[in-house]
Ligand binder design. Structure first.
Ligand SMILES: [Zn+2]
Ligand SMILES: [Zn+2]
Length: 331
C-alpha cells in the first residue's frame, strides 16, 4: 500500500511528507482494518508534519478524519463491523478507567492515544483502528464530503454545546474556516441568528451564503450583543473582541488547540457573569450525535480534493490560508 509518512518533521515548505510503499498493516486483537476512501486534512496534521507537536512515533502517517470500509477484523472485533462504512476521529483510544473516562469526559483522558500521531492515520490506502473507536457512517454520505465532518465538524459541534447555544439565540463565530462553516449550518438549523467575524472576501461570502445575518472584519462590532460566541481563529485578540461582543451572562468558547497570547484586558469585559471556556477535541458520543445530525439536516461540507502525492501541497495551502474550505485526500 502507499502511505504518506513524516520522515523528518520540518517546515511544510521542505516537503516533510514522503509517499512510500509499505506492507499493509494487519489488524491486531480488537482492531479492524480499513480500506481508506477519503481522509480530511486538519491543522493538527500540519503541526505533526512540522514537528510543532513533539513526535511520538517515528515515520508516522498523519490523518485523523478517515472515511473507510472495514475489510478485515482482528480477534474479538465486533463481527457486525465486517464490510461497514466507518469514520475514524482524532480519538484513537482512551483508558476507560480513569476519573475523566468514568465521568464521560474521555476527551480529557490523560492516557488517550490519538490517530495520525500516536497511531498511523489515514493519509494511506490502508489503516487499522480500534474497533471500539470507529464511528458507523450512513452509506449515503459521500466519502469525500463526510471526511471533514470527523474533526472540523464534530469539534465545531462540541464547541456550540460547550458554549451552551440554545435554539433561537444570537451567536457570534470568530474565524470562518473548515470548522466554522459546518458549525454555522448546525446553528442555523437551531434557528440561531449568526454573526461572523472573519477576514477576506472569500470566507465572508461563504458565511453570507450559509445564512450569516451579519458579517464583519476583525474589529467590527455586531449591531446587537451576542448570547454566545465561539472563537475558531488562533488569535488571542479575537478572544477579547468576542468577550466585548457578548451580553452579561454570555459564554465565549475557544475552539483552538494553540493560540497566541490573550492581550491584557479590563476586568469589566469578563465581569457580569460572562464565561470563557475552551474546547478539548471530542468524545465518541459527540461524534455519533453530530454524524446523526449531519445526515438528518443534509449538512454540506465545502471541500477541495487532493491525491495522496499532493499531500505536502494540500498542507502548504492550509498553512497559507489559501483553501476556501476543507482539504480532503483521496488515496
Ligand atoms: Zn483535526
Ligand atoms: Zn481515561
Amino acid at each position: 500500500m502507499r502511505a504518506a509518512v513524516v520522515r523528518r518533521p520540518g517546515p511544510i515548505e521542505t516537503t516533510p511528507l514522503v509517499v512510500e510503499t509499505r506492507e499493509p498493516p494487519w489488524p491486531g486483537p480488537g482492531q479492524v482494518r480499513l480500506r481508506v476512501r477519503a481522509c480530511g486534512v486538519c491543522h493538527t496534521d500540519l503541526h505533526v508534519a512540522e514537528g510543532d507537536l513533539p513526535p511520538r512515533r517515528a515515520g508516522v502517517v498523519p490523518g485523523h478524519q478517515i472515511v473507510a470500509d472495514v475489510d478485515a477484523l482482528g480477534d474479538g472485533a465486533d463481527p457486525a463491523l465486517a464490510g461497514a462504512r466507518v469514520g475514524v476521529t482524532w480519538l484513537a483510544w482512551t483508558c476507560g478507567m480513569c476519573a475523566a473516562c468514568r465521568r464521560g469526559e474521555e476527551n480529557l483522558c490523560p492516557r488517550a492515544r490519538f490517530t495520525g500521531y500516536d497511531t498511523d492515520g489515514g493519509f494511506a490506502e490502508v489503516a487499522v483502528a480500534d474497533a471500539g473507536f470507529v464511528i458507523p457512517l450512513p452509506r449515503d454520505l459521500a466519502a469525500e464530503a463526510a471526511a471533514p465532518l470527523l474533526c472540523a465538524g464534530v469539534i465545531g459541534y462540541r464547541a456550540l454545546r460547550v458554549a451552551g447555544v440554545q435554539s433561537g439565540e444570537r451567536l457570534g463565530l470568530y474565524g470562518f474556516g473548515a470548522s466554522a462553516h459546518l458549525a454555522i449550518q448546525v446553528a442555523r438549523h437551531w434557528r440561531c441568528e449568526v454573526g461572523v467575524v472573519t477576514r477576506g472576501a472569500g470566507h465572508q461570502g461563504l458565511a453570507e451564503a450559509l445564512g450569516a445575518a451579519w458579517v464583519g472584519e476583525p474589529g467590527a462590532r455586531p449591531p446587537e450583543a451576542f448570547d454566545r460566541a465561539v472563537v475558531f481563529a488562533p488569535s488571542g485578540a479575537l478572544v477579547v473582541e468576542a468577550l466585548r461582543a457578548v451580553r452579561p451572562g454570555g459564554v465565549v468558547a475557544i475552539n483552538a488547540v494553540t493560540m497566541d497570547a490573550i492581550p491584557a484586558m479590563p476586568y469589566e469585559l469578563l465581569y457580569g457573569e460572562r464565561t470563557l471556556r475552551t474546547v478539548s477535541h471530542l468524545t465518541r458520543a459527540d461524534a455519533r450525535a453530530f454524524i446523526a445530525l449531519a445526515a438528518e439536516i443534509s449538512l454540506r461540507a465545502e471541500i477541495e480534493v487532493f491525491g495522496l502525492v499532493e499531500v505536502n501541497e494540500a498542507l502548504r495551502r492550509l498553512k497559507r490560508r489559501e483553501l476556501r474550505a476543507a482539504a480532503v485526500l483521496r488515496p
